[in-house]
Write a protein that binds this ligand. Structure first.
Ligand code: PRP
Length: 181
């Protein structure tokens, strides 16, 4: 069973849901009177994105962008590539970029700069997890559920070699799982 691969559970589905609702309420208040565009960063953000937007209480639009900065390893390569681009024009839009995790900050720095260059009026960042110890560039999420330690975590969208994304909780993977390859 997959939970046997976990050294420790950091956040249960219930913990995550509670914080997601709080963040959704804060975003709904902050953007009242506007129709923000929520941009989900595939693939990792898909679960948080789906949960977050269902608690947003104002009109919004959604779109997706896919980036890749990691290979099948536990370390960031530092290279950001757009694998799938947005469909809607950004000119004059208030954008909320939704991520599963901010680690080095390279993905979000690149995305923020790119979307601003394309004419977005404002950009804020909402992430399920923030790992400040991983930062290589200074970027601070506007909304986050939890700060996480500098450990390799999986679940709730976060993968190891494309696995574990569908787990409803977040856990620390046993080292034996990735040293046996
Ligand atoms: C992960 C995560 C973020 C990014 C964060 O995506 O979803 O997009 O890395 O790391 P950073 O702050 O160091 O840039 P990844 O590129 O692994 O793709 P995925 O979402 O498909 O897993």
């Amino acid at each position: 069973m997959l939970n046997e691969d976990m050294k420790e559970i950091l956040f249960t589905a219930h913990d995550i849901e509670e914080r997601t609702i709080e963040i959704a309420k804060a975003i709904s208040r902050d953007y009242e009177g506007t129709v923000p565009l929520f941009v989900g960063v595939l693939k990792g953000a898909v679960i948080f994105f789906a949960d977050l937007i269902r608690h947003i209480e104002i009109p919004i639009e959604i779109d997706f962008i896919a980036t890749s900065s990691y290979g099948a390893s536990t370390q960031s390569s530092g290279v950001v590539r757009i694998l799938k681009d947005l469909d809607v024009p950004l000119q004059g839009r208030d954008v909320v970029i939704v991520e599963d995790i901010v680690d080095s900050g390279l993905t979000l720095t690149y995305l923020r700069d790119t979307l601003l260059r394309r004419g977005a009026k404002s950009i804020r960042i909402a992430t399920a997890f923030d790992k400040p110890e991983g930062r290589k560039v200074p970027i601070v999420p506007d909304y986050f559920c939890f700060t996480v330690p500098n450990l390799f975590i999986v679940g709730y969208g976060l993968d190891y070699a494309e696995g574990y994304r569908h787990l409803p909780y977040v856990g620390v993977l046993k080292e034996s799982v990735y040293t046996h390859e």
